[in-house]
Design a protein. Structure first.
Length: 510
């Protein structure tokens, strides 16, 4: 009997699994793809994509400039979607105009007027850098970037850089030296990604070659296109996560769909063959997210209040303009004094806040209201910890120091809607406000409507249909009796628990 290699292993219901391992778990259902990153048995990052909704961030299009608005220094570009894309002057690269502009500094380009750089009717190659968010159209850029596994290719620039997350100076020098290889065009710009750290020159050059070939294909497609059209489509969410997050510390990638499993295995074989043994197929009857404890974790993720191990908690509120995070000591009385308790709660909340922002995919302006700390040293340490935790985030963040009031202002790059938009619909009862009217408010409103009905229909006996709680409250308050005397009428009522609290009907009794 032949020994089956590890990379052909299938997970089943009765297989014992070590939940503390770091792994990527992919659930491919009929309507949605969900991808979870588990670290130390805890959900560390989460991605999702509805199959009926195309995620178009990263796609490259041939676009046609349809309108230029000088007042906002922007152009609206037709790329073949339902709404035109928004192209700001700050997102326009010099190569859109001519070769000389490539040499211009970016700040001098900004001083020019949008109408001097692009013209209405002009064809431009653009990439979507921000998806549809609410009523806003997509945001475009002519600064094209093609991410590979180990490097990012930036056609049209000659920059050669190394990720800031790689701190070792010798490693940075080694990676920069690889970019000087004779096979790499001087006019091609590259950034070494964090995953390139300690990878061999051969592996990195192979990634570069693949990206150069991909760009050549895009260039050929561009020559064939003379109107608004898609010319390159970014990878789906599953492949994108595997490409960007499958590192040596990830023990396995568990996929519950046979087709998706084969697809990802083939993809990894082409970009990182040494990792192919980590792709594993789950064949259990129990859902893969349940098997690995992810469903339970997701139930906690989108709650408004999140409890911390120390007994404190954070409250996350989202508005149209910003996200606010409030830190509270709650039941935490473990510290030797108030200052120690506050520091401990703030420290633990910092780790959880950074995690929650990733898991919920929240972006834009974020305000964190820490518990006031008297100690300047403690404020400094909490700020340092927050910066450290945010380095785990793939989205770009900007953070400002803690104020004396304990407030932190920060921004997180938002390229797509937050996951709660896809995970939840607004409550039909409260219309997304998170609140419903009190019983007293509803009964007062109903009585006023009943008065209006009786004043207009003097000889009609009304029938009121409402939720049991509302009818019982009106009976207890003698609301019906008073109106019957005043309007010389006979009011009937019908209790119906299929009615929401705020829902009622007033009609003529037959």
């Amino acid at each position: 009997m032949f020994k089956v290699p590890d990379f052909f292993k299938r997970y089943r219901d009765n297989d014992k699994v070590n939940l503390q391992e770091d792994r990527i778990v992919i659930n491919d259902s009929k309507d949605m793809i969900r991808v979870a990153i588990m670290r130390d048995g805890k959900l560390d990052d989460f991605f999702m994509q509805e199959k009926s909704v195309n995620r178009i961030t990263g796609n490259i299009y041939m676009g046609c400039v349809e309108k230029i608005v000088q007042s906002i220094q922007a152009a609206f570009v037709n790329i073949g979607l339902a709404r035109n894309g928004f192209l700001h002057i700050s997102d326009i690269h010099g190569r859109v105009i001519d070769e000389e502009e490539v040499k211009e500094r970016r700040d001098s380009l900004k001083r020019r007027k949008i109408g001097e750089i692009v013209k209405e009717g002009q064809l431009v190659i653009v990439q979507i850098i921000k998806d549809f968010i609410g009523t806003k159209g997509v945001r475009l850029s002519t600064n094209i970037s093609l991410p590979g596994r180990y490097v990012v290719f930036m056609p049209g620039t000659s920059q050669k850089r190394v990720s800031r997350r790689i701190e070792d100076k010798k490693e940075k020098e080694r990676l920069r030296a690889i970019f000087e290889d004779s096979c790499i065009p001087e006019s091609a710009g590259f950034i070494a990604r964090t995953a390139a750290e300690h990878k061999s020159k051969k592996i990195i050059l192979k990634d570069i070659k693949n990206l150069l070939n991909l760009w050549n294909q895009i260039e050929k497609q561009k020559l064939k296109t003379n109107s608004a059209a898609l010319i390159h489509e970014e990878l789906d969410i599953a492949k994108r996560v595997v490409r960007d997050m499958l590192t040596e510390d990830i023990t396995s990638v568990i996929v519950d769909s046979k087709e998706r499993f084969e697809n990802i295995k083939s993809f990894i074989k082409s970009i990182a063959p040494q990792m192919r043994y980590k792709i594993k197929h789950y064949k259990g009857v129990q859902g893969v997210f349940s098997k690995f404890g992810i469903e339970k974790e997701l139930q906690k993720v989108f709650k408004k209040k999140i409890w911390l191990k120390c007994g404190g908690y954070i409250v996350i509120e989202k508005t149209e303009a910003l996200v606010s995070v409030d830190v509270n000591t709650g039941r935490n009385v473990s510290g030797a004094d108030d200052e120690e308790t506050i520091y401990q709660t703030n420290y633990e909340s910092t780790i959880e806040i950074a995690r929650q922002l990733r898991l919920r995919n929240m972006g834009g302006i974020i305000i964190i209201d820490y518990i006031d700390m008297k100690s300047a040293k403690h404020r400094k340490e909490i700020f340092k910890k927050l910066k450290e935790e945010l380095t785990k985030d793939k989205s770009k963040t900007t953070i400002y120091p803690i104020t004396k009031l304990g407030l932190v202002q920060m921004t997180r790059q938002r390229v797509e809607e937050s996951w709660d938009k896809a995970y939840f619909d607004d409550c039909p009862r409260c219309q997304g406000s998170g609140r419903i009217k009190s019983v007293t408010t509803i009964t007062t409103e109903l009585i006023n409507q009943l008065k209006l009905f009786l004043s207009r229909n003097r000889e009609v006996n009304p029938l009121v249909k409402a939720n049991t709680k509302i009818i019982d409250a009106l009976i207890k308050e003698n609301g019906f009796e008073e109106l019957e005397k005043k309007y010389n009428s006979e009011i009937s009522y019908l209790k119906d628990d299929n009615f929401d609290l705020e829902q009622y009907e007033i009609a003529s009794r037959e």
